[in-house]
Design a protein around this ligand. Sequence first.
Ligand code: ADP
Ligand code: ADP
Ligand code: ADP
Length: 213
Amino acid sequence: KRIILVGPPGCGKGTQSPIIKEDFCLCHLATGDMLRAAVAKKTPLGLQAKAAMDKGELVTDDLVVGIIDEALTRPSCSKGFILDGFPRTVVQAEKLDAMLEKQGHKVDKVLNFNVEDSVLEERITGRWIHPSSGRSYHSKFAPPKVPGIDDISGEPLIQRKDDTAEVLKSRLDAFHKQTTPVIAYYLQKGIVVDLQAEKPAKDVTSQIEKALS
Ligand code: ADP
Ligand code: ADP
Ligand code: ADP
């Protein structure tokens, strides 16, 4: 299956991705994680992306389309994938369709994570992540066994620099202006499944399993 996850920052995409990946053996591509890794390594791509990311704005379409174009050629992605955080603009969605068309494939389902803006600030400001795996925790809703430590690796957790109430405002603004049209783009194709993503994480997982079965 070829699946896209869409929703505002903090809606639960990163939390649900590993579960879907386990259940359906797909490759998981999270553009935000890939960009943060590039920023941390100070690659040319990372240096180009950093300023926009710090401000909560989108990086350029060409930059992320390049990353995805390269990633989709990996053998692990040939049978299916979960795209988490891509496409975020209609241009990215059109480019993705063109890439897939060349391989004779298409997007099967778009999972649309619905969460009211008012719920997102608490989710974002309480988020803790394990950078090398992308695993996320929440100080209140999904605490690690030991505060500040990843359950599986024992390595430290960090808070993302852009996970502040202030930067969240720009990220939400970008979501409403640039990504809402992406949902409309896929609605037109009849492949969108709406999720009630304000429910507890386990409940959202069941909704996803039902949608993909
Ligand atoms: P969130 O957890 O808020 O959904 P991500 O980790 O997906 O955020 O993305 C973090 C930042 O990386 C975004 O604010 C944006 O600057 C950049 N980014 C990630 N994916 C894309 C994309 N598809 N297009 C443009 N910018 C992106
Ligand atoms: P995204 O990848 O869409 O930005 P995350 O999956 O990282 O979002 O979730 C944001 C924060 O909210 C994390 O700290 C996560 O543990 C927490 N979270 C995720 N799903 C839920 C949920 N259904 N209910 C409450 N908190 C959640
Ligand atoms: P795969 O099964 O293809 O390894 P992953 O979910 O582990 O899928 O991530 C896909 C790719 O995204 C990885 O190969 C890596 O390049 C990148 N990536 C994801 N999260 C991170 C992160 N937090 N730090 C560095 N790279 C990451």
